[in-house]
Design a protein around this ligand. Structure first.
Ligand code: ADP
Length: 290
């Protein structure tokens, strides 16, 4: 079983970007492989070992196109495993909402669907990790980072990622899912008003997803992300294919990639994802305790 031990924070600045990143060392027992499809077990052994998942302080990355559901599943797993879910898109949106020159600079980039510079994103992430560490956090599930090869290399220099989950959905579904996204401006919960019903063809299975509708108290407070317009979503998908897809090969070659084709919406996908991660037994025990 993989054991991740955080040893020290790096005292050197990250490529001169000014902020410090924290460094880790890992001892990964041989025989753990995440590179195959269907996925190989993440947590080996019986229930007792699975129970130790929370103590492992997992260091995972979620990859996948805009709209695939990285945030949804990363957030659920973070609750289950007791590690923070850190979405660089959220960090960017927080910076956008603040006043100052950075906000203006970011809004031009984000609203065109382009990527923020590696320097800015690493500074935002470093600060988030430092703040978390000061509060006693350890481990993480990263969502939306890395997105470029340079970011992946920098991440690899300062920490050991033990699993990269690559979520996949047919491209036709992604635009509709992004256009259907809504967030409650009061409680911050995410919903999706899209009805997805893609017919199977050429041997590929169809896919249907029911909308995830808000409860009455949120219904009048829904907001749509400024960058979730059709034009910007298409630009983001193009940029993902050009810039971020090479990351799949990078992590595959390191034996860390777990491919996961989402079979449908949350009710179908969540149990299957837990099964693929060998966390199904773990969740049952958690529910029994709760
Ligand atoms: N790692 C990153 N590198 C560069 N830009 C990023 C990164 N993460 C987020 N961003 C910026 O924030 C925007 C929103 O990110 P995110 O919420 O992850 O959206 P999505 O995955 O739906 O495209 C991106 O379009 C990009 O401009």
């Amino acid at each position: 079983m993989a054991r991740i031990v955080r040893v020290a924070r790096s005292s050197s600045s990250l490529f001169g970007f000014g902020s410090r990143f924290y460094s880790t060392s890992a001892e990964v027992t041989s025989g753990v492989s995440h590179a195959s499809s269907p996925p190989t077990p993440f947590l080996h052994g019986g229930g007792a070992r699975r129970d130790a998942a929370k103590d492992r302080n997992v260091q995972w990355v979620f990859l996948g196109c805009p709209g695939v559901g990285k945030g949804t599943y990363a957030s659920r797993l973070s609750t289950l495993l007791g590690v923070p879910h850190i979405a660089t898109g959220d960090l960017v949106r927080e910076a956008l909402a603040s006043s100052g020159p950075l906000s203006q600079q970011l809004s031009e980039i984000v609203n065109q669907g382009k990527l923020v510079s590696d320097e800015i994103i690493i500074n935002l992430l470093s600060k988030r990790l430092e703040d978390g560490e000061a509060k006693g956090e350890s481990g993480f599930i990263l969502d939306g980072f890395p997105r470029t090869m340079r970011q992946a290399e920098i991440l690899g220099d300062v920490t050991d990622i033990d699993l990269v989950v690559n979520l996949k959905l047919p491209e036709e579904v992604l635009v509709d899912k992004c256009l259907g996204r809504r967030t409650c401006s009061q409680c911050g919960k995410g919903f999706n008003v899209a009805h997805i019903n893609l017919k199977g063809e050429n041997g590929k299975p169809g896919i249907s997803m029911d909308p995830l509708l808000p409860p009455p108290q949120c219904a009048s407070k829904l907001i749509t992300r400024a960058d979730d317009t059709e034009e910007v979503v298409k630009a983001r998908l193009r940029i993902y294919n050009e810039t971020s897809q090479p990351l799949e090969e990078y992590y595959r070659s390191k034996g860390k990639l777990m491919e996961f084709d989402l079979p449908g919406g949350i009710p179908e996908s969540w149990p299957r994802l837990l099964e693929a991660l060998r966390l199904d037994v773990y969740e049952e025990k958690q529910s029994a305790v709760a």
